[in-house]
Design a protein around this ligand. Structure first.
Ligand code: HEM
Length: 149
């Protein structure tokens, strides 16, 4: 559940900026973002609004992540899992670990939903025949890092 007391906007800003610095330096994800983002300060502000809405319930985000990701060519389960690993490496460094746990849980849920939406749109709404890549591997978090149910 979003909770304004979970973290501050400054906590979110730090998480978002550190994560996307990592993404931009990453050999697999960096080139994808470079090809789509012209205005990084504006994109980072959008992402801060997104995480503020998810974690604090601020309602500041008004974008449409699903169509934007569906439009990206050649995404696959391994890339989403890699995104999640980089995200978790960043949450693990945050001073606010209550926020980190909620952010990890939300990222896993949203990545799963984006990946399922991506596959449906690419296969004309039909599920993956092999089902092999349908689900992302659960993020391997130490028990102490998992969000409370
Ligand atoms: C393989 C994994 C991913 C890749 C390669 C990726 C890439 C991108 C790119 C290139 C954009 C900019 C699109 C544009 O403005 O045209 C974008 C936007 C965005 N992404 Fe991702 N993304 C991934 C996973 C995720 C996940 C798991 C989340 C959330 C937990 C997320 C949240 C967002 C949000 C909120 C936006 C802004 C959407 C908007 O402006 O309406 N992304 N992503």
């Amino acid at each position: 559940m979003p909770d304004p007391a979970l973290c501050t906007e400054a906590d979110i800003r730090k998480l978002v900026h550190q994560f996307y610095a990592r993404v931009r330096a990453d050999a697999r994800l960096g080139p994808i973002f470079d090809a789509h983002i012209d205005d990084w300060p504006a994109h980072l502000q959008r992402l801060c609004d997104f995480w503020s809405s998810i974690l604090r319930g601020s309602g500041r985000f008004t974008g449409a992540p699903m169509p934007k990701h569906i439009a990206l060519p050649d995404l696959d389960a391994a890339l989403f899992e890699h995104w999640l690993q980089l995200f978790h490496a960043t949450t693990a460094e945050q001073a606010n670990q209550a926020m980190a746990r909620q952010a990890d849980a939300a990222a896993q849920r949203i990545a799963q939903s984006l990946w399922l939406g991506y596959q449906s749109s690419r296969r004309g709404g039909k599920p993956d025949g092999a089902q092999r890549q349908a689900m992302l591997a659960p993020l391997q978090l130490p028990a102490t890092m998992k969000a409370a149910p």
